[in-house]
Design a protein around this ligand. Structure first.
Ligand SMILES: [Mg+2]
Length: 276
């Protein structure tokens, strides 16, 4: 992609966003109260929720959402990451919360209506705002029009951080474990970060925090999960609608195992057009 193509894509993304998005999540960038806060950008799939598009006896979903997309009705089986409600409520005190997902707008609208009843999330950016390069989904934080030294971006896919690596914080992937405590563990770290004049580079700040408080995610007490992505054709960031494969639900219990599985996941993701 050359420079002119990139600029045209950014313009097209912004135009589509203005024209196609749910009004209730449209944010005026001039809202002064939000401008005083730091910015927390959150991925959706496997970061805040896990969704599938057909029944799976291994998946403990909590609800089924009806999502209309391009004239077709999809059943979306959804499970929220544990402690999500508390996380959004407490973080909204310190941060303007924005979702940045590789899922389609129609899917994202419906999921946010379910997980964010109290409207702690101020805005979202979806698939039309992502850049797909060689099968990797890149998320350009520049299109958010926010100061990057005040912005933390949390995603379960490190490819998403490629354009602004100093803002990225990698979170273990979530499928459906009731024991997952990642969001709970993030609350004190993000509260710590809220008091900093600049949050960049996030990973350097994390090292500083972990020196005092211990590892944020990586001890043996928490259950970490990984799964392999399927084929393109899904409303969310990865698999399921076209693929006949049942997504694998695998739970690992140590950081070492997680890192090993994570490597497999990244290798699989790099082959998927819509990996997010
Ligand atoms: Mg994700």
């Amino acid at each position: 992609m050359n420079c002119l193509q990139y600029i045209k894509k950014c313009y097209e993304n912004l135009r589509q966003k203005r024209e196609g998005q749910d009004e209730s999540y449209r944010l005026s960038t001039q809202e002064s109260e939000l401008r005083k806060k730091k910015i927390l950008v959150l991925d959706l799939d496997e970061t805040l929720v896990h969704c599938e598009f057909k029944e799976n006896q291994n998946f403990n979903y909590e609800t089924i959402l009806d999502v209309w997309h391009r004239g077709m009705l999809y059943n979306v089986y959804l499970c929220r990451r544990p402690h999500l409600e508390q996380f959004l409520k407490q973080m909204s005190v310190y941060y303007e919360i924005i979702i940045f997902t590789a899922g389609y707008e129609s899917y994202c609208d419906k999921v946010l209506q379910y997980i964010d009843v109290d409207k702690h999330i101020s805005d979202y950016f979806a698939r039309s705002n992502c850049i797909f390069v060689n099968g990797n989904c890149l998320k350009d934080l520049a299109i958010l029009d926010r100061p990057l030294d005040q912005l933390i971006f949390i995603d379960n896919n490190p490819n998403a951080f490629e354009l602004q690596p100093d803002n990225g914080l990698l979170i273990p992937s979530f499928l459906d474990s009731d024991e997952d405590e990642c969001l709970l563990r993030l609350i004190p770290f993000l509260t710590f970060m809220a008091n900093k004049s600049s949050v960049k580079p996030v990973n350097q700040c994390l090292k500083e925090y972990e020196t005092i408080n211990g590892s944020l995610f990586g001890d043996s007490d928490i259950t970490l999960q990984c799964h392999l992505d399927g084929e393109e054709g899904s409303l969310n960031e990865d698999s399921c609608i076209i693929s006949d494969d049942v997504p694998q639900h695998r739970k690992t219990k140590t950081l070492m195992q997680h890192q090993s599985k994570g490597k497999q996941v990244q290798e699989a993701r790099s082959q998927s057009l819509f990996s997010g």
